[in-house]
Write a protein that binds this ligand. Sequence first.
Ligand SMILES: *Cc1c(COP(=O)(O)O)cnc(C)c1O
Length: 360
Amino acid sequence: MARVYNFGAGPAVLPEEVLLEAQRELLDYQGCGMSVMEMSHRGKEYSTIHDEALANVRNLLDVPEDYDVLFLQGGASAQFAMVALNLLTPGSVADYINSGAWASKAIKEAKVRGQVNVIADTSKDVPTRLPALHDLKFTPGAAYVHITSNETIAGTQWKVFPKTEAPLVADMSSDFLSRPIDVRSFGLIYAGAQKNLGPAGCAVVIIRKDLLERCPPDVPIFFRYKTHAAEKSLYNTPPTFTIYIIMLVTRWLLAQGGVKAIAERNRQKAAKLYAAIDASGGFYRGTAVPQDRSDMNVTWRLPSEELEEKFVKEAAARGLKGLKGHRSVGGIRASIYNAFPPAGVDALIEFMREFQAKNG
Ligand SMILES: *Cc1c(COP(=O)(O)O)cnc(C)c1O
């Protein structure tokens, strides 16, 4: 059986070692005679898994004591709503930076609940880009400032985060654990698991503990961060198998040397691919401005849509899958998250050269 190079944006590639370990333990988890999928979420075996997953995330990002780490359901999209429900209190305003499709969705959801001030909007810019830090004018007394650390579709990524007086809330769905961050400069971080952390079915949230208290009383109990923080994300049945895989992925990350080491590997993979795009004499054109280029989702165009279609098809025939850009923007997108092997980037670059020689 041959595994392909999976450039899909999400759900995305997982470390092969993790899949093999899950396979070995599938029928009989460590001698308990059942699968992780079949066991009680209150039992001793699952508790150990759950605690290690939480501890690994803390360990990888050096999460300070006054922050809680939560595993919640509903993916990142549920967080668009939960952030506003918990923090956009009556009479307050939240600042949002609209950097693309995902930020737009977060804004749309927050507007259902309260007052939103879009303080910068680059969502329609071509080439894709992020606003300059010195152009940001924050609303005095804002409840929070929301950003999207990596725009998965536009292929842009904040290299330096804005410094804000209000709590900074970041959607890190597509670059969580891909590089070191200073958790203290954020009030809340959230990420859907299926891009860079594990399978679908879970979002991780890192929240400063004082923010747990902001939730207005009209918010249903289930949608309060405080409810889940108080129960260590075991208020109700969590997505146990997903959290088990997250535990294995985070253990794998620690074994790779942690986020510092994986960030260096990610940077090298992305730099190689961008260099190949830039060396093509304009046959391949990167869609993001160079200073905002993402290390996770590399996006580019070919001279025509016909050639793009041909590129995606011929690449797939060679085992390079999932290169089609998001349906809303077209083009090519190579998602090269933590678990994506460097050899896959080399194989893609070789294919790009051959394709250009034949079609350029
Ligand atoms: C994929 C993605 C989302 C949506 O994630 P779901 O878990 O499907 O809700 C939100 N934000 C970003 C940046 C994403 O890449």
